[in-house]
Design a protein around this ligand. Structure first.
Ligand SMILES: C[S@@+](CC[C@H](N)C(=O)[O-])C[C@H]1O[C@@H](n2cnc3c(N)ncnc32)[C@H](O)[C@@H]1O
Length: 228
């Protein structure tokens, strides 16, 4: 994957994106926002905000900044924010998720939905999400990870050579995401189509604050044990 193939893929997708990837990805979007935005007046960064399908789910008193590398996807997000009068949307900016133009510790929470297998360097994405998130803030990633089912895994591997055309890597392993003592995965929760996609929940900074994380009432999605 490289930035120019990502931009061309999402230029092609933009007009049809909501129709094809709106409903199927919506349970994950709702779950992520529910975890990301439980409190009043949180400042939240959504990386790879796309056409802004998640924006209406944030609380109206939130301050949400969305960034994306695709002008075509962002144009639709801006139109949505205007049409729906989404006062929680502070800004929608064209920016590379791997090189965020924000100061350290700017946001209470940073979210990336269906983006980790699209960006060229997921490790740069995560490093930037951590940098701009305040210590103790939540970091949430939703993505599809390589299947355990051998048939599906074979299919995903078969599609790998088409990654540039598709605009994502179909067989990215969950192991690509960090799970370390200082940045542990608090939870991996299944979402969308019986768990084909998963939400990975981190808390930034001090591991002590991670163990003190409050459980979330995920009524939008049946809470299940970590699906690793
Ligand atoms: C599958 S779409 C997901 C969009 C949205 N999060 C959603 O829930 O529908 C992936 C998005 O990531 C964006 N993207 C890919 N690489 C990026 C990068 N390096 N920086 C910022 N955005 C990027 C794409 O332009 C696209 O809008």
């Amino acid at each position: 994957m490289d930035v120019s193939s990502i931009k061309s893929a999402y230029k092609r997708y933009a007009r049809h994106y909501d129709r094809f990837l709106g409903p199927i990805f919506n349970p994950g979007r709702k779950l992520a926002v529910q975890i990301a935005n439980p409190e009043p007046e949180q400042r939240i960064l959504e990386v790879g905000v796309g056409t802004g399908l998640s924006l209406p789910y944030y609380r109206q008193d939130a301050q949400v900044v969305g960034i994306d590398i695709s002008t075509d996807m962002l144009d639709i997000a801006r139109q949505r924010a205007d049409d729906e009068g989404l006062q929680q949307v502070e800004d929608l900016l064209e920016m590379d998720a791997e090189d965020l133009r924000f100061d350290d510790n700017t946001f209470d929470c940073v979210v990336a939905m269906y983006v980790a297998s699209v960006v060229p360097n997921p490790d740069r994405l995560i490093a930037e999400m951590r940098r701009v998130c305040r210590p103790g803030g939540d970091i949430l990633i939703i993505n599809h990870f390589a299947s355990r089912n051998p048939v599906l895994r074979g299919l995903e591997r078969g599609l790998r050579p088409l990654s540039k055309l598709l605009g994502f890597r179909p067989d990215m392993d969950l192991d690509v995401l960090p799970d370390t003592a200082d940045f542990p995965q608090l939870e991996v929760r299944p979402t969308n189509l019986g768990g084909y996609w998963k939400l990975v929940h981190y808390r930034n900074g001090d591991p002590d604050s991670a163990t003190a994380a409050a459980p979330v009432d995920a009524s939008a999605e049946p809470a299940q044990a970590a699906a690793r």
